[in-house]
Design a protein around this ligand. Structure first.
Ligand code: NAP
Length: 250
């Protein structure tokens, strides 16, 4: 029978875990036995609610505020995790934003803020955890990209460029870290029910999804749990796992 707590004794840091997909990933990894650090940027009450929920279910979690687009805040956060827990086994780079608009009218600030968080934030967090993971000769890094990073999307030049960049970053870091037992994979969700997609016009979206519905955050979280767990995904690295209802078939 499969181990129901494959992450027991391990520590997982999930960025942007106060809401949506990140909160679901935090719950899932806690259920798998990990102590989860719930990172958030500006929603302390929501982050504390996720922590309380995990604890009420018998799991272990605590929250840490940090803007993951800011180098110093990322370094401080990872240092705090290592000081408090003495280890860091799983990093899930989930925090992300959209600032949509047609390219011709896109403000440079909207381009830059999406690149800074959705791409550079993944780089900063990966670099910050790399020393400890490489030294430990084990670790799992899971980057949340998007199918938009594979196919592009009108109105999302900034977002799709960042998400495509995350796929390149995933593959390069996977190649660099493989010899030290650290794997790096990406999960590419399609359209998932969350605050990020709450305002979108559903009709054209649903037409493009063979399974005929939006995904749930838990359906992304279970893919992350698979990639985080040993031995389940121990021979996978540099891969992009799509959770998109069949939207992009390659
Ligand atoms: P969401 O509901 O809008 O939640 C975003 C999360 O990111 C929140 O926890 C937020 O924290 C956090 N965050 C925002 N700015 C941050 C910063 N500077 N530093 C640290 N955390 C920050 O989004 P979601 O739909 O769950 O998306 C999660 C990830 O999945 C993103 O990377 C997104 O691009 C990706 N994705 C989503 C979909 C979808 O359909 N929803 C599809 C493909 C990919 P606060 O609450 O503190 O602001």
């Amino acid at each position: 029978m499969a181990d129901s707590t494959p992450l027991a004794g391990q520590v997982a840091l999930v960025t942007g875990a106060s809401r949506g997909i990140g909160a679901s990933i935090a719950r899932e990894l806690a259920q798998a036995g990990a102590t989860v650090v719930v990172n958030y940027a500006s929603s302390p009450a929501a982050a504390e609610a996720v922590v309380a929920e995990i604890q009420a279910a018998g799991g272990q979690a605590w929250s840490h505020q940090a803007n993951v687009a800011e180098e110093e805040q990322v370094e401080t956060m990872v240092k705090a995790v290592l000081e408090k827990e003495g280890r860091l086994d799983v990093l899930v780079n989930n925090a992300g934003i959209t600032r949509d608009g047609l390219l011709m009218r896109m403000k440079s600030a909207d381009w830059q803020s999406v690149i800074d968080l959705n791409l550079s934030g993944v780089f900063l967090c990966t670099r910050a955890v790399s020393r400890a993971m490489l030294k430990a000769r084990s670790g799992r890094i899971i980057n949340i990209t998007s199918v938009v990073g594979l196919m592009g999307n009108p109105g999302q030049a900034n977002y799709s460029a960042a998400k495509a960049g995350v796929i390149g970053l995933t593959r390069s870091s996977a190649a660099e870290f493989a010899s030290r037992g650290v794997t790096v994979n990406a999960v590419a969700p399609g359209f998932i029910e969350s605050d990020m997609t709450a305002e979108l016009d559903r009709e054209p979206i649903l037409k493009a999804i063979p399974l005929g519905r939006m995904g749930q955050p838990t359906e992304v979280a279970s893919a992350v749990r698979f990639l985080a767990a040993d031995p389940a995904a121990s021979y996978m690295t540099g891969q992009v796992l799509q959770v998109d209802g069949g939207m992009v078939m390659r």
